[in-house]
Design a protein around this ligand. Sequence first.
Ligand SMILES: [Zn+2]
Length: 361
Amino acid sequence: MNLDRRQFLFAALGLTTCTGEPAAASPPWLDAHVHLFGTGDAGSGCFLSDAQRRHLTFGLLQRLLALPATGMDEAYVERLTTQLRGSPVQRALLFAQDGRYDRDGVLDRAATPAFVPNDWLFAVCRRDPQRLLPCVSINPKRRDALAELERCRELGARAVKVHPPIQDCDPADPRFLPFWERVAALGLVLVVHTGSENAAAITSTEVCDPARLENALRAGCTVVAAHAGFGSFLDGLDFFPSLQRMMRRHERLYCDTAVLGSMFRWRNLPRLLEDEVVVARTLHASDWPFPSNPTVFWNKLAPGTLARLAGERNLFTRDLLLKRGLGLPEAVFTRGGALLAGLRSSQTGSTSCRQPGRYSG
Ligand SMILES: [Zn+2]
Protein backbone atom coordinates (compact mmCIF):
# COMPACT_ATOMS: atom_id res chain seq x y z
CA MET A 1 0.00 0.00 0.00
CA ASN A 2 1.44 3.38 -0.90
CA LEU A 3 1.25 6.38 1.41
CA ASP A 4 -1.62 8.06 -0.41
CA ARG A 5 -3.77 4.98 -0.11
CA ARG A 6 -2.90 4.62 3.56
CA GLN A 7 -3.74 8.27 4.20
CA PHE A 8 -7.01 7.76 2.39
CA LEU A 9 -7.80 4.80 4.64
CA PHE A 10 -6.94 6.72 7.78
CA ALA A 11 -9.06 9.68 6.66
CA ALA A 12 -12.00 7.43 5.82
CA LEU A 13 -11.78 5.93 9.28
CA GLY A 14 -11.58 9.32 11.00
CA LEU A 15 -8.03 8.72 12.19
CA THR A 16 -6.23 11.65 10.59
CA THR A 17 -5.84 15.35 10.94
CA CYS A 18 -6.24 17.58 7.88
CA THR A 19 -2.53 17.03 7.13
CA GLY A 20 -3.07 13.31 6.72
CA GLU A 21 -1.16 12.46 9.91
CA PRO A 22 -2.75 10.14 12.48
CA ALA A 23 -4.64 12.23 15.03
CA ALA A 24 -2.46 12.29 18.14
CA ALA A 25 -5.35 12.55 20.57
CA SER A 26 -7.10 9.43 19.29
CA PRO A 27 -6.43 6.31 21.34
CA PRO A 28 -4.35 3.96 19.18
CA TRP A 29 -5.90 1.02 17.44
CA LEU A 30 -4.11 -2.05 18.69
CA ASP A 31 -4.14 -5.56 17.27
CA ALA A 32 -3.80 -7.75 20.37
CA HIS A 33 -2.88 -11.06 18.70
CA VAL A 34 -0.09 -11.17 16.13
CA HIS A 35 2.27 -14.10 15.55
CA LEU A 36 5.99 -14.18 15.02
CA PHE A 37 7.21 -17.39 13.39
CA GLY A 38 10.47 -18.49 11.87
CA THR A 39 12.56 -21.45 10.79
CA GLY A 40 15.81 -20.38 12.44
CA ASP A 41 17.65 -19.73 9.19
CA ALA A 42 18.80 -16.31 10.39
CA GLY A 43 20.05 -17.48 13.77
CA SER A 44 16.77 -16.47 15.41
CA GLY A 45 16.57 -19.69 17.44
CA CYS A 46 13.11 -20.38 15.98
CA PHE A 47 12.25 -23.85 14.73
CA LEU A 48 9.37 -25.78 13.20
CA SER A 49 8.94 -29.54 13.55
CA ASP A 50 8.83 -31.70 10.44
CA ALA A 51 5.14 -32.35 11.12
CA GLN A 52 4.50 -28.60 11.30
CA ARG A 53 6.29 -28.07 8.00
CA ARG A 54 3.98 -30.69 6.47
CA HIS A 55 0.87 -29.09 8.04
CA LEU A 56 -1.35 -27.44 5.46
CA THR A 57 -1.05 -24.06 7.21
CA PHE A 58 2.70 -23.92 6.51
CA GLY A 59 2.33 -24.03 2.73
CA LEU A 60 -0.70 -21.76 2.90
CA LEU A 61 1.14 -19.06 4.85
CA GLN A 62 4.26 -19.47 2.75
CA ARG A 63 2.24 -18.71 -0.39
CA LEU A 64 0.14 -16.00 1.24
CA LEU A 65 3.20 -14.05 2.42
CA ALA A 66 5.35 -15.03 -0.59
CA LEU A 67 8.03 -16.37 1.76
CA PRO A 68 11.21 -17.71 0.16
CA ALA A 69 12.47 -21.21 0.96
CA THR A 70 15.61 -19.71 2.47
CA GLY A 71 15.86 -16.47 4.38
CA MET A 72 12.44 -17.07 5.88
CA ASP A 73 13.13 -15.54 9.32
CA GLU A 74 13.91 -12.11 7.93
CA ALA A 75 11.38 -12.29 5.10
CA TYR A 76 8.64 -13.03 7.63
CA VAL A 77 9.59 -9.99 9.73
CA GLU A 78 9.71 -7.83 6.62
CA ARG A 79 6.18 -8.92 5.56
CA LEU A 80 4.91 -8.33 9.09
CA THR A 81 6.35 -4.82 9.50
CA THR A 82 5.47 -3.75 5.94
CA GLN A 83 1.84 -4.83 6.29
CA LEU A 84 1.53 -3.27 9.74
CA ARG A 85 2.92 0.09 8.59
CA GLY A 86 0.60 0.01 5.58
CA SER A 87 -2.52 -0.60 7.67
CA PRO A 88 -4.70 1.55 9.94
CA VAL A 89 -3.56 -0.59 12.90
CA GLN A 90 -1.19 1.57 14.96
CA ARG A 91 0.18 -1.04 17.37
CA ALA A 92 0.46 -4.79 17.50
CA LEU A 93 0.99 -7.15 20.42
CA LEU A 94 3.49 -9.60 18.96
CA PHE A 95 3.78 -13.16 20.34
CA ALA A 96 6.72 -15.44 20.95
CA GLN A 97 5.91 -19.17 21.08
CA ASP A 98 7.26 -21.42 23.82
CA GLY A 99 7.48 -25.19 23.42
CA ARG A 100 6.59 -28.35 25.32
CA TYR A 101 8.54 -29.33 28.43
CA ASP A 102 9.33 -32.70 29.99
CA ARG A 103 8.79 -33.73 33.61
CA ASP A 104 12.01 -32.04 34.63
CA GLY A 105 10.95 -28.76 33.08
CA VAL A 106 13.41 -29.08 30.18
CA LEU A 107 12.39 -28.10 26.64
CA ASP A 108 11.20 -31.17 24.73
CA ARG A 109 12.33 -30.12 21.29
CA ALA A 110 11.13 -33.30 19.57
CA ALA A 111 7.56 -32.80 20.85
CA THR A 112 7.39 -29.05 20.08
CA PRO A 113 5.54 -28.12 16.85
CA ALA A 114 6.77 -24.50 16.66
CA PHE A 115 9.16 -22.46 18.75
CA VAL A 116 9.91 -18.73 18.81
CA PRO A 117 12.30 -17.65 21.57
CA ASN A 118 11.57 -14.60 23.68
CA ASP A 119 14.93 -13.06 22.76
CA TRP A 120 14.08 -13.15 19.05
CA LEU A 121 10.77 -11.47 19.89
CA PHE A 122 12.59 -8.67 21.73
CA ALA A 123 15.07 -8.28 18.86
CA VAL A 124 12.21 -7.87 16.37
CA CYS A 125 10.22 -5.49 18.58
CA ARG A 126 13.28 -3.27 19.04
CA ARG A 127 13.23 -2.60 15.29
CA ASP A 128 9.93 -0.72 15.60
CA PRO A 129 9.20 -0.21 19.31
CA GLN A 130 6.41 2.31 18.74
CA ARG A 131 4.38 -0.25 16.82
CA LEU A 132 5.47 -3.65 18.12
CA LEU A 133 4.77 -4.55 21.77
CA PRO A 134 6.34 -7.77 23.05
CA CYS A 135 4.18 -10.58 24.42
CA VAL A 136 6.58 -13.27 25.55
CA SER A 137 5.63 -16.92 25.77
CA ILE A 138 6.48 -18.96 28.86
CA ASN A 139 5.23 -22.47 29.51
CA PRO A 140 4.57 -22.58 33.28
CA LYS A 141 6.03 -26.11 33.25
CA ARG A 142 9.55 -24.92 32.49
CA ARG A 143 11.81 -25.10 35.49
CA ASP A 144 13.02 -21.51 35.12
CA ALA A 145 9.50 -20.18 34.49
CA LEU A 146 9.55 -17.62 37.33
CA ALA A 147 13.04 -16.38 36.53
CA GLU A 148 12.12 -16.07 32.84
CA LEU A 149 9.06 -14.00 33.79
CA GLU A 150 11.25 -11.60 35.78
CA ARG A 151 13.86 -11.41 33.04
CA CYS A 152 11.29 -10.72 30.34
CA ARG A 153 9.56 -8.07 32.44
CA GLU A 154 12.90 -6.32 32.87
CA LEU A 155 13.39 -6.44 29.10
CA GLY A 156 10.06 -4.70 28.50
CA ALA A 157 7.50 -7.50 28.09
CA ARG A 158 3.92 -6.20 28.19
CA ALA A 159 2.19 -9.56 28.31
CA VAL A 160 2.82 -13.29 28.50
CA LYS A 161 1.12 -15.93 26.40
CA VAL A 162 0.37 -19.52 27.36
CA HIS A 163 -1.02 -21.99 24.83
CA PRO A 164 -2.35 -24.96 26.84
CA PRO A 165 -3.25 -27.42 24.03
CA ILE A 166 -0.05 -26.92 22.01
CA GLN A 167 2.24 -26.55 25.04
CA ASP A 168 0.66 -29.48 26.89
CA CYS A 169 -0.17 -27.63 30.10
CA ASP A 170 -3.42 -27.29 32.02
CA PRO A 171 -4.08 -23.81 33.45
CA ALA A 172 -6.10 -25.46 36.24
CA ASP A 173 -3.03 -27.38 37.46
CA PRO A 174 -2.50 -26.19 41.08
CA ARG A 175 1.28 -26.41 40.63
CA PHE A 176 1.08 -23.29 38.44
CA LEU A 177 -0.30 -21.03 41.20
CA PRO A 178 3.10 -19.40 41.96
CA PHE A 179 3.45 -18.67 38.24
CA TRP A 180 0.07 -16.91 38.05
CA GLU A 181 0.86 -14.97 41.24
CA ARG A 182 4.13 -13.75 39.74
CA VAL A 183 2.42 -12.75 36.49
CA ALA A 184 -0.04 -10.68 38.53
CA ALA A 185 2.67 -9.17 40.74
CA LEU A 186 4.69 -8.11 37.71
CA GLY A 187 1.63 -6.51 36.13
CA LEU A 188 1.88 -8.54 32.95
CA VAL A 189 -1.31 -9.18 31.02
CA LEU A 190 -1.84 -12.94 30.66
CA VAL A 191 -3.02 -14.16 27.24
CA VAL A 192 -4.25 -17.76 27.16
CA HIS A 193 -5.46 -19.72 24.15
CA THR A 194 -9.08 -20.91 24.51
CA GLY A 195 -11.37 -22.75 22.08
CA SER A 196 -10.32 -24.59 18.93
CA GLU A 197 -6.78 -24.97 17.68
CA ASN A 198 -6.55 -26.08 14.05
CA ALA A 199 -3.08 -24.87 13.05
CA ALA A 200 -0.86 -27.29 15.01
CA ALA A 201 -0.90 -30.62 16.84
CA ILE A 202 -2.58 -30.47 20.26
CA THR A 203 -2.58 -32.70 23.33
CA SER A 204 -6.07 -31.99 24.70
CA THR A 205 -9.22 -29.95 24.03
CA GLU A 206 -10.37 -29.85 27.68
CA VAL A 207 -7.59 -27.42 28.56
CA CYS A 208 -9.11 -24.95 26.05
CA ASP A 209 -12.08 -24.26 28.35
CA PRO A 210 -12.07 -20.70 29.84
CA ALA A 211 -13.27 -22.28 33.12
CA ARG A 212 -9.67 -23.52 33.46
CA LEU A 213 -8.60 -19.87 34.01
CA GLU A 214 -10.11 -19.71 37.50
CA ASN A 215 -6.78 -20.06 39.35
CA ALA A 216 -5.04 -17.37 37.31
CA LEU A 217 -7.94 -14.96 37.83
CA ARG A 218 -8.08 -15.66 41.56
CA ALA A 219 -4.34 -15.03 41.72
CA GLY A 220 -5.05 -11.49 40.46
CA CYS A 221 -4.10 -11.82 36.81
CA THR A 222 -5.72 -9.76 34.09
CA VAL A 223 -6.47 -12.50 31.57
CA VAL A 224 -7.28 -12.34 27.86
CA ALA A 225 -9.02 -15.51 26.66
CA ALA A 226 -7.76 -15.64 23.09
CA HIS A 227 -10.44 -16.59 20.53
CA ALA A 228 -13.17 -16.15 23.19
CA GLY A 229 -13.48 -19.91 23.68
CA PHE A 230 -15.07 -20.38 20.26
CA GLY A 231 -14.79 -23.50 18.15
CA SER A 232 -14.79 -23.76 14.39
CA PHE A 233 -17.27 -25.42 12.06
CA LEU A 234 -14.66 -28.15 11.55
CA ASP A 235 -14.54 -29.53 15.09
CA GLY A 236 -17.81 -28.40 16.69
CA LEU A 237 -16.01 -27.35 19.89
CA ASP A 238 -17.81 -24.57 21.77
CA PHE A 239 -16.54 -23.06 25.02
CA PHE A 240 -18.14 -19.65 24.43
CA PRO A 241 -20.92 -20.28 27.00
CA SER A 242 -18.18 -21.06 29.51
CA LEU A 243 -16.50 -17.73 28.72
CA GLN A 244 -19.83 -15.92 29.16
CA ARG A 245 -20.23 -17.44 32.64
CA MET A 246 -16.64 -16.70 33.63
CA MET A 247 -16.87 -13.08 32.48
CA ARG A 248 -19.86 -12.50 34.72
CA ARG A 249 -17.85 -13.72 37.70
CA HIS A 250 -14.46 -12.15 36.95
CA GLU A 251 -14.18 -8.53 35.90
CA ARG A 252 -10.51 -8.94 34.92
CA LEU A 253 -11.34 -11.51 32.26
CA TYR A 254 -11.20 -10.22 28.68
CA CYS A 255 -11.31 -11.96 25.30
CA ASP A 256 -10.01 -11.28 21.81
CA THR A 257 -11.36 -11.68 18.29
CA ALA A 258 -8.31 -13.46 16.86
CA VAL A 259 -9.12 -15.73 13.88
CA LEU A 260 -12.87 -15.13 14.32
CA GLY A 261 -13.05 -13.51 10.88
CA SER A 262 -11.72 -16.59 9.11
CA MET A 263 -13.35 -19.35 7.12
CA PHE A 264 -15.31 -21.91 9.21
CA ARG A 265 -15.88 -19.24 11.87
CA TRP A 266 -18.85 -17.32 10.50
CA ARG A 267 -21.04 -18.03 13.52
CA ASN A 268 -18.57 -16.76 16.13
CA LEU A 269 -18.67 -12.96 15.84
CA PRO A 270 -22.47 -12.68 15.42
CA ARG A 271 -22.84 -14.67 18.66
CA LEU A 272 -20.24 -12.56 20.46
CA LEU A 273 -22.05 -9.37 19.39
CA GLU A 274 -25.26 -10.58 21.06
CA ASP A 275 -23.67 -10.48 24.53
CA GLU A 276 -23.07 -6.94 25.84
CA VAL A 277 -21.02 -8.15 28.78
CA VAL A 278 -18.58 -9.91 26.45
CA VAL A 279 -18.46 -7.06 23.92
CA ALA A 280 -17.54 -4.64 26.72
CA ARG A 281 -14.40 -6.70 27.40
CA THR A 282 -13.41 -7.68 23.88
CA LEU A 283 -10.08 -6.69 22.29
CA HIS A 284 -9.54 -6.37 18.56
CA ALA A 285 -7.16 -9.07 17.33
CA SER A 286 -6.42 -10.54 13.92
CA ASP A 287 -4.26 -13.65 14.53
CA TRP A 288 -1.99 -12.36 11.72
CA PRO A 289 -0.86 -14.01 9.46
CA PHE A 290 -3.89 -16.32 9.56
CA PRO A 291 -6.20 -14.57 7.09
CA SER A 292 -9.73 -13.28 7.48
CA ASN A 293 -12.22 -14.34 4.86
CA PRO A 294 -14.84 -11.61 4.28
CA THR A 295 -16.80 -13.68 1.75
CA VAL A 296 -18.14 -16.03 4.44
CA PHE A 297 -19.84 -12.96 5.98
CA TRP A 298 -21.48 -12.03 2.64
CA ASN A 299 -24.95 -11.71 4.19
CA LYS A 300 -23.79 -9.44 7.03
CA LEU A 301 -21.74 -6.87 5.10
CA ALA A 302 -22.81 -4.02 2.85
CA PRO A 303 -22.13 -4.99 -0.82
CA GLY A 304 -19.58 -2.19 -1.22
CA THR A 305 -17.71 -3.27 1.91
CA LEU A 306 -17.65 -6.89 0.77
CA ALA A 307 -16.21 -5.96 -2.63
CA ARG A 308 -13.64 -3.66 -1.04
CA LEU A 309 -12.51 -6.31 1.47
CA ALA A 310 -12.42 -9.17 -1.04
CA GLY A 311 -9.61 -7.34 -2.87
CA GLU A 312 -7.69 -6.20 0.22
CA ARG A 313 -4.29 -7.93 0.37
CA ASN A 314 -3.07 -6.31 3.59
CA LEU A 315 -4.16 -8.86 6.21
CA PHE A 316 -4.19 -6.34 9.08
CA THR A 317 -6.39 -3.95 7.09
CA ARG A 318 -8.71 -6.69 5.82
CA ASP A 319 -9.32 -8.07 9.32
CA LEU A 320 -9.83 -4.66 10.93
CA LEU A 321 -12.24 -3.39 8.27
CA LEU A 322 -14.15 -6.68 8.32
CA LYS A 323 -14.71 -6.45 12.06
CA ARG A 324 -15.73 -2.80 11.85
CA GLY A 325 -18.07 -3.74 9.01
CA LEU A 326 -19.63 -6.46 11.16
CA GLY A 327 -20.46 -3.89 13.84
CA LEU A 328 -17.84 -4.30 16.56
CA PRO A 329 -17.86 -0.96 18.43
CA GLU A 330 -15.00 1.55 18.41
CA ALA A 331 -13.99 0.73 22.00
CA VAL A 332 -13.02 -2.80 20.94
CA PHE A 333 -10.24 -1.38 18.75
CA THR A 334 -8.73 0.86 21.43
CA ARG A 335 -9.28 -1.37 24.48
CA GLY A 336 -6.11 -3.40 23.99
CA GLY A 337 -4.02 -0.22 23.99
CA ALA A 338 -5.70 0.95 27.18
CA LEU A 339 -5.18 -2.41 28.86
CA LEU A 340 -1.46 -2.43 28.08
CA ALA A 341 -0.85 1.30 28.54
CA GLY A 342 -0.41 1.12 32.28
CA LEU A 343 2.81 -0.86 32.04
CA ARG A 344 6.18 0.78 32.24
CA SER A 345 8.19 -0.16 29.17
CA SER A 346 11.93 0.09 28.91
CA GLN A 347 11.47 -0.04 25.15
CA THR A 348 9.14 2.92 24.71
CA GLY A 349 10.31 4.99 27.65
CA SER A 350 6.74 5.26 28.93
CA THR A 351 6.65 6.16 32.60
CA SER A 352 3.04 5.66 33.58
CA CYS A 353 2.57 2.63 35.77
CA ARG A 354 -0.57 1.49 37.49
CA GLN A 355 -0.65 -0.97 40.35
CA PRO A 356 0.43 -4.39 39.15
CA GLY A 357 -2.56 -6.56 38.32
CA ARG A 358 -4.98 -3.66 38.79
CA TYR A 359 -5.96 -2.89 35.22
CA SER A 360 -9.58 -2.10 34.66
CA GLY A 361 -9.38 -1.48 30.90
ZN1 LIG B 1 -2.98 -17.15 17.40
